[in-house]
Design a protein around this ligand. Structure first.
Ligand SMILES: [Fe+2]
Length: 301
């Protein structure tokens, strides 16, 4: 039986990255970045924020930088099963059938490939973790993941139809911002010459925590690659860095909360005053743009 509608995903759980600087990146993300290493082996590391997820970042040792997978939350196994049937009926390639997960964090999940061979996971009933102070000036969750795509219209079609995400805003025809809960975006796409992860953003509990995070990184020798500033689309404060592998993490705060009943997507002109509401950051440098562009990622399957 085909379910009648796309899944209603509750949140972005975690992002897995393939990294060419595995050990150095573990040191960076559990050091000045402020995550906690909860488990690792020779090739995979799991890092936790202060929020309820078992982990928000997986690092996978690799010869090439890229995306490993993105995990979204459903509320229970029945929703996971229904989501699997939905994406299968829509023609997506199932990579792992729904079932109990024998990986750190546990849960009940399935995996499938998107139209550019990115691996997506939908899971439920993951392990509870000890409560921590989510107001501390360290990441409490993954706020969003931005992906470079060769076809932004195909990306919108796939992620709205198969995953039930909604368009929150456009940045001209260059970027599109997609939500699955009140956060303005959990996924965004950037039109580009190839598929690749553009950046992963980590949320802290407000502007004070945001500035303290920038300060901690600065004291540890890490200057911002772009920012601090405040984006027009999403209204979130931003500061971008380059990690030891050349991948781009962002610290963010105060992302716009959307009322599902009344929201109307807009198109933001890519002008300096609309791109950075603080007017502190200036335009991104060729250096940070090159790192956000990444290298062509065929997917890991
Ligand atoms: Fe971002």
């Amino acid at each position: 039986m085909t379910p009648p509608s796309p899944p209603r995903l509750r949140a972005l759980r975690h992002v897995g990255l393939r990294t060419t600087a595995f050990e150095e990146s573990i040191e960076f993300y559990q050091g000045p970045w402020g995550l906690t290493l909860v488990e690792r082996d020779e090739n995979i590391a799991y890092l936790r924020a202060t929020g309820p997820e078992h982990h928000v970042l997986e690092l996978h040792r690799s010869q090439v930088n890229g995306l490993h997978h993105i995990a979204f939350a459903a509320t229970g196994p029945a929703e996971v099963d229904a989501a699997a049937e939905w994406v299968r009926a829509e023609g997506a390639r199932i990579l792992e059938e729904p079932g109990r997960v024998d990986r750190p964090g546990g849960g009940y999940a399935f995996r499938f490939a998107d139209f550019e061979n990115r691996v997506l996971e939908i899971s439920a009933e993951t392990f509870a973790v000890p409560e921590q102070n989510v107001e501390a000036p360290v990441p409490r969750k993954v706020a969003h993941c931005v992906l470079n795509t060769t076809d932004i219209d195909a990306a919108v079609a796939f992620y709205t139809r198969l995953l039930g995400l909604r368009v929150s805003d456009w940045s001209e025809r260059q970027m599109v911002f997609l939500r699955t809960n009140p956060d303005h975006h959990v996924i965004a796409f950037n039109q580009h010459g190839w598929a690749a992860p553009n950046h992963v953003a980590y949320e802290v509990g407000g502007l004070d925590a945001f500035m303290r995070t920038i300060g901690r990184l600065k004291v540890a020798g890490h200057e911002t690659a772009w920012g601090p500033g405040r984006h027009g689309p999403g209204d979130n404060a931003f500061a971008y860095y380059i990690d030891p592998a050349g991948l781009v993490p962002e610290v963010t705060a105060e992302v716009l909360q959307i009322d599902e009943q009344t929201w109307q997507p807009r198109v933001w002109p890519r002008t300096p005053e609309m791109s950075d509401l603080f007017r502190t950051a200036g335009p991104p440098s060729p250096y940070v743009r090159e790192h956000m562009g990444g290298v062509a990622d065929p997917g890991w399957v």
